[in-house]
Design a protein around this ligand. Structure first.
Ligand SMILES: NC(=O)c1ccc[n+]([C@@H]2O[C@H](COP(=O)([O-])OP(=O)(O)OC[C@H]3O[C@@H](n4cnc5c(N)ncnc54)[C@H](O)[C@@H]3O)[C@@H](O)[C@H]2O)c1
Length: 332
């Protein structure tokens, strides 16, 4: 199989690319390298450019007529940045996605996997969600994902471009073989900040301690990025059974099914690095922060035969190992 991965030089897209390559599949990457890294595209065919560039997408399909599916990971992803710059976020994530869909349709691509997000959900009172839960995105970033889903559903109904939207929960960790990991030395999510605090001796702030959770800190369904990548392989393998001409748009949650609070994540991290190695303080939530949720859906297992296998401790260990080698790998 040959797949096109937009955003394939980024954290998640490159890990998906590796999982596909490990299967023996060919990977073509389209990435503007705005946050992605060329180093992460080894073994793939990289086209450097914008997803909205019609001529470029047409050239990719002309040069690779055997691309069987597109995985659309390219997006801006920083929630507080999206609150400060909604136009930039809607332009990049929504307007440019519309242009990409048009290019894909014209190129005759019929299979699209979309990197959606659990941040679009309104959690149930017990903080669980499944694919039928209400949507209520709390930031321009999350809203951009919801809008893309709506557009893709309409396009799937009207054209041959079927879409499987995977709603990721909270990806953490890195490739177990340390070929990729978080490229950003200053990541915005809790595990990234923990690694940062531990590595550089900074303070770790629990952002928000008055949420209605068991310990006041926000809750997340942390999923190892390697499990997430394998979910894409499963989704590509099962695509035609899941997205049929009769049901050309489908949504599946990709999470572990377990919610962990930030305090519990800190405890798991401390268990790995040892007591006394971390300076933890409490602070207010950041703009756009949400209480969080975790999935109770069994749809990924039922439809894709996939379930998460790795633990938070696995993710913490790979994140720490990657942080050690990242400066050498990426020169930053
Ligand atoms: N990281 C998370 O916590 C998380 C959670 C849920 C969903 N997602 C989704 O997963 C996808 C990948 O996220 P990530 O964490 O790997 O982020 P990332 O920033 O590492 O990757 C995004 C990639 O897209 C590229 N890109 C951005 N805009 C582009 C454009 N207009 N044209 C071409 N390339 C462009 C960037 O250079 C980068 O390589 C995103 O769609 C994101 O919304 C991420």
């Amino acid at each position: 199989m040959k797949v096109l991965i937009t955003g394939g030089a980024g954290y998640i897209g490159s890990t998906i690319g590796l999982a596909c390559q490990d299967k023996g599949w060919d990977v073509v990457v389209l990435d503007d390298l705005s946050t992605g890294r060329r180093e992460f595209t080894e073994g793939t065919t990289l086209y450097e450019g914008d997803i909205a560039d019609h001529a470029l997408v047409a050239r990719i399909f002309a040069e690779h007529p055997d691309i069987e599916a597109t995985v659309h990971c390219a997006a801006k992803i920083v929630v507080p940045e999206s609150v400060a710059d909604p136009i930039g976020y809607y332009r990049n994530n929504v307007s440019k996605t519309i242009e990409l869909l048009d290019s894909l349709r014209r190129a005759g691509c019929t299979r699209l996997l979309f990197s959606s997000s659990a941040s679009i959900y309104e959690p149930e009172p017990d903080l669980t969600v499944n694919e039928t839960s209400a949507l209520n995105p709390q930031s321009p970033y999350a809203a951009s994902k919801m809008l893309c889903e709506r557009i893709m559903a309409d396009v799937a109904a009207a054209t041959d471009l079927r879409t499987l939207s995977l709603r990721y929960f909270n990806p953490v960790g890195g490739d177990p073989d340390l070929r990729t990991g978080l490229q950003n030395p200053k990541p915005s999510h809790a595990l990234g900040k923990l690694v940062d605090a531990y590595t550089y001796g900074d303070v770790f702030t629990i952002t928000g301690v008055d949420w209605a959770t068991r310990d006041g800190s926000a809750i997340r369904d942390y999923i190892h990025v390697w499990d997430l990548a394998k979910a894409h392989v499963a989704a590509l393998e099962h695509f035609d059974a899941v997205c049929t001409p009769e049901e050309p748009y489908t949504v599946i949650n990709i999470g572990t099914g377990t919610g962990s609070t930030v305090r519990e994540l800190v405890a798991a991290f401390t268990e790995v690095v040892g007591e006394g190695n971390l300076n933890v303080v409490e602070g207010p939530p950041r703009p756009g922060d949400v209480i969080g949720c975790y999935t109770t859906s069994g749809l990924a297992l039922e439809k894709l035969g996939w379930k998460a296998e790795l633990s938070i401790a696995d993710a913490i260990r790979t994140a720490l190992e990657w942080a050690k080698i990242r400066p050498e790998r990426l020169g930053a």
